[in-house]
Design a protein. Structure first.
Length: 275
C-alpha cells in the first residue's frame, strides 16, 4: 500500500554575522557618531540663543550699530552666551526683569570686553536688579549699584537706564559696575584668570598711581573726583569716559587713554573696537 505524499516546507535560517571593521573604519564610525552628536548639540544651542539675538537686534544699542556686520554677529553671540551663563533676580515687590532688560545688561558687559575675546565674568553668576536705588544695611546708605566678591553684580534699573539717556556725559552705571567686575575677574583664580595683558596692565597701574598722586594738589581733571578714591574706582570712572567721550579723554590725557585702549584692546576714538 502506497503512502500518501506529504509536502515538507523547509525554512532556511539566515544568520547575520556582523562584519568585522578595521581599526581605521572603527575610528571613522566613532568620529561620525561624535560629529552627529556635536551637530545636534550645536543646533540645540543655536535655538536657545536665538531669542536673545532677536531681542538685541530689535534694540540696536549705539555701540552695536557702530560695528561692522561681521563684528555684529560676534557681538550677538557673546551677548547670548553671557545671558545663558547668568541668573537675573528681580528685587522689590511687583518688579519684573524682562528679556529686553537682560539683553541690555549683557550688551553693556560685552561692550567692555569685546576687544578681549570670550570673557563673561564667570565668577559673577547672579545679577540682582532693583527698580530704584536700594538701602544697604552694611553701609547705612542708598546705593545705585555694586559688585560683590561673593559673585553678585547689583544694579538699580532706574540708574542703569539713565546712564544711556546721554551717551556723551561720562556717567554710565552699567559700564561702571561692569568695569569693577572685569577688574576683579582678572585676579580671581578661575577659568578666566589673568586675561588682561600683564605688560599693558603694569603700564596702566603706573599711570594711575601717578595721576592719583597729583589729584589732591590739583583741581579735578577730566575724570570726576570719584576716580581718586582708589585704583578700582579710577578704573571704573575711566571706563565710563573711555566709551562715552573718547575724543575728549584722548585730548585731555593721551597717555592714560592709550594705556586703557591697549588694556581693553579697543580704540573708540578711532572707531576701532577690536585691536
Amino acid at each position: 500500500m502506497s503512502l500518501p505524499c506529504i509536502g515538507l516546507l523547509i525554512f532556511e535560517r539566515t544568520v547575520y554575522v556582523p562584519a568585522k571593521l578595521s581599526a581605521a573604519q572603527g575610528l571613522l564610525a566613532i568620529a561620525a557618531v561624535w560629529g552627529l552628536i556635536e551637530l545636534l548639540k550645536y543646533g540645540i544651542a543655536q535655538m536657545r540663543l536665538r531669542p536673545f539675538i532677536r531681542a538685541l537686534r530689535r534694540q540696536q544699542p549705539a555701540y552695536y550699530t557702530q560695528l561692522s556686520q561681521m563684528q555684529q554677529r560676534q557681538f550677538e553671540k557673546r551677548v547670548a552666551n553671557f545671558l545663558v551663563q547668568k541668573r537675573f533676580v528681580a528685587r522689590g515687590n511687583g518688579f519684573e526683569v524682562t528679556l529686553p532688560m537682560q539683553v541690555r545688561i549683557a550688551a553693556c558687559a560685552v561692550e567692555l570686553t569685546f576687544g578681549l575675546g570670550h570673557v563673561y565674568f564667570s565668577h559673577f553668576k547672579t545679577i540682582l536688579i532693583y527698580p530704584d536705588r536700594y538701602y544697604s544695611t552694611i553701609n547705612k546708605r542708598y546705593h545705585c549699584g555694586e559688585v560683590n566678591t561673593r559673585g553678585f553684580i547689583v544694579l538699580s534699573w532706574k540708574d542703569f537706564e539713565s546712564g544711556y539717556e546721554n551717551n556723551a556725559d561720562g556717567f554710565n552705571l552699567g559700564l561702571h559696575e561692569m568695569a569693577h567686575a572685569l577688574h576683579l575677574e582678572n585676579v580671581i583664580r578661575n577659568n578666566e584668570y589673568d586675561f588682561l595683558d600683564r605688560q599693558h596692565l603694569e603700564t596702566w597701574n603706573r599711570l594711575v598711581t601717578a595721576e592719583m598722586a597729583k589729584q589732591p594738589q590739583t583741581a579735578p581733571n577730566f575724570l570726576r573726583q570719584q576716580a581718586c578714591h582708589d585704583e578700582h574706582e579710577f578704573f571704573a570712572v575711566a571706563v565710563e569716559s573711555f566709551f562715552e567721550r573718547p575724543h575728549d579723554f584722548k585730548l585731555s590725557n593721551p597717555a592714560l587713554y592709550t594705556a586703557l585702549s591697549q588694556l581693553l584692546q579697543q580704540d573708540p576714538a578711532r572707531g576701532v573696537y577690536q585691536l
